[in-house]
Design a protein. Structure first.
Length: 223
């Protein structure tokens, strides 16, 4: 929530408290009570959405990602070299393309490209798992590599999911504030004119509560 939204929400809360104090004045006026209920609903929806947005997990740290990437790359390179030897011996062109593969080959790539390369190697490993036993590579090591690939994928995918989720919450907040504006401008402000003469104190406090006070302006005045 930005500063303007926060100031507007605080204003709406002050308006709500003012309306509550004077509820006996408009008691029985259905349009007025309905508008007050709409305002309180708007306030609660905004606070709930902001709370949910704040609960969204932050992306994994760079250090975690680097460790997960290393755990994926090291066995990939080891097994890829074994696959190359198999390919050279059997004239398997798919495996021969792994010639010269090193850890730097991975680190020069983007996260998603590195992940794609690891998955391609894993596919070849699965196809030639029986041949790899002669090189001391067994199912346990292959399973560990599969898990390392999944772990790395989870770390690079989660921040994207998180950003998307936070963007959605931000969009929801924008829509909710638009609804709050409509409740205030199109309903309550118009209805309050009914009390300008009959309940001037109520009307005056309402108009005062409707002023938006920005935090930086408040600090200036205090200084």
């Amino acid at each position: 929530m930005n500063d303007r939204q926060n100031a507007k929400l605080n204003m709406a809360q002050r308006v709500s408290e003012t309306l509550k104090r004077y509820q006996d004045v408009y008691k029985g006026l259905t349009p007025m009570t309905a508008a007050v209920e709409a305002l309180n609903k708007d306030i609660n929806n905004i606070r709930d959405t902001q709370k949910e947005r704040g609960a969204v997990n932050v992306p994994a740290s760079t250090l975690q990602k680097r460790e997960a990437e290393a755990q994926m790359i090291q066995p990939c390179v080891k097994m890829a070299n074994a696959l190359y030897v198999i390919g050279f011996t059997t004239d398997n062109k798919d495996l021969i393309t792994l010639q010269g593969l090193s850890e730097n080959s991975f680190y020069r790539l983007s996260d998603n490209a590195s992940l794609a390369l690891a998955r391609r190697i894993l596919d070849l490993i699965n196809i030639h798992a029986a041949d790899l036993k002669a090189y001391g590579i067994y199912e346990t090591e292959i399973t560990a590599l599969r898990k390392a690939i999944e772990a790395f994928h989870a770390l690079i995918a989660k921040p994207m999911d998180t950003i998307g989720e936070r963007k959605q919450k931000t969009t929801n907040l924008t829509q909710l504030f638009a609804g709050l504006d409509s409740t205030l401008y199109d309903k309550l402000d118009k209805l309050m004119v009914l009390f300008k003469q009959s309940a001037p104190e109520f009307y005056g406090e309402y108009r005062t509560a409707r002023n938006i006070i920005f935090q930086h302006e408040k600090k200036k005045k205090e200084e």
